[in-house]
Design a protein around this ligand. Structure first.
Ligand code: FE2
Ligand code: FE2
Length: 194
């Protein structure tokens, strides 16, 4: 790289570390695993947040699975299939989040004890098909709000976690729309009020 002085009037560009420094830093931090001193945020806080996201996803797997198995009534077959699809997608989210916790140097918490307390969404059984759809819609809305906030929280401090959450958010928004459409189809009334 050139050592020529930069004019005060030069446009501001993001600072780029030179290759030699990057290499040196990587060698020095070898024992730190993925997360090195260059991690922008608070790693412990990030892990704590992701433990809650993991619990949220697991509770969603359990709720959708329970609904997929127990839903009954006229034209419940299509709804059961939709619940089962969502359960599989929530399972994939749980895996991604657990992997990320591991990468950050944490131990993903799969302990059933306290799971419902760590989770943002609730495990609600629902008395009938409509109740189930409503409970899932509520849970999806909670997840969407929660993940939007977390995406802003991670920002540029942890782009990898942010991008993972953005991917999950897209699917949660689809889930919310699916549940909303099912509610209209089966209840024929306007959607849930906020
Ligand atoms: Fe999910
Ligand atoms: Fe979802």
């Amino acid at each position: 790289m050139s050592n020529a002085p930069i004019s005060k009037d030069a446009p501001k560009k993001p600072f780029l570390t030179d290759v030699k420094t990057l290499r040196q830093r990587a060698r020095q931090n070898m024992s730190d695993g993925l997360i090195t001193k260059t991690y922008g945020g608070d790693v412990d806080k990030a892990i704590e947040i992701l433990q809650s996201v993991l619990a949220t996803e697991i509770v969603c797997v359990l709720r959708y699975t329970m609904h997929a198995v127990t839903a009954t009534g006229i034209s419940s077959e299509g709804v059961k299939a939709e619940f089962a699809d969502h359960a599989r997608e929530e399972q994939a989210h749980a895996m991604s989040v657990a992997e990320r916790i591991d990468q950050l140097g944490g131990k993903p918490n799969f302990n059933p004890e306290g799971m419902a307390t760590r989770s943002a969404s609730q495990y609600a059984e629902g008395e009938n098909l409509i109740d189930m759809i409503k409970e899932n819609l509520i849970a999806e809305r909670i997840a969407v709000d929660h993940y939007r906030e977390l995406i802003r929280y991670f920002g540029d401090d942890d782009p990898a976690t942010r991008v993972m959450l953005e991917g999950i958010l897209v699917v949660e928004e689809e889930h919310a729309t699916d549940m909303h459409d099912l509610l209209i189809a089966h209840e024929g009334t306007p959607p849930l009020k906020d």
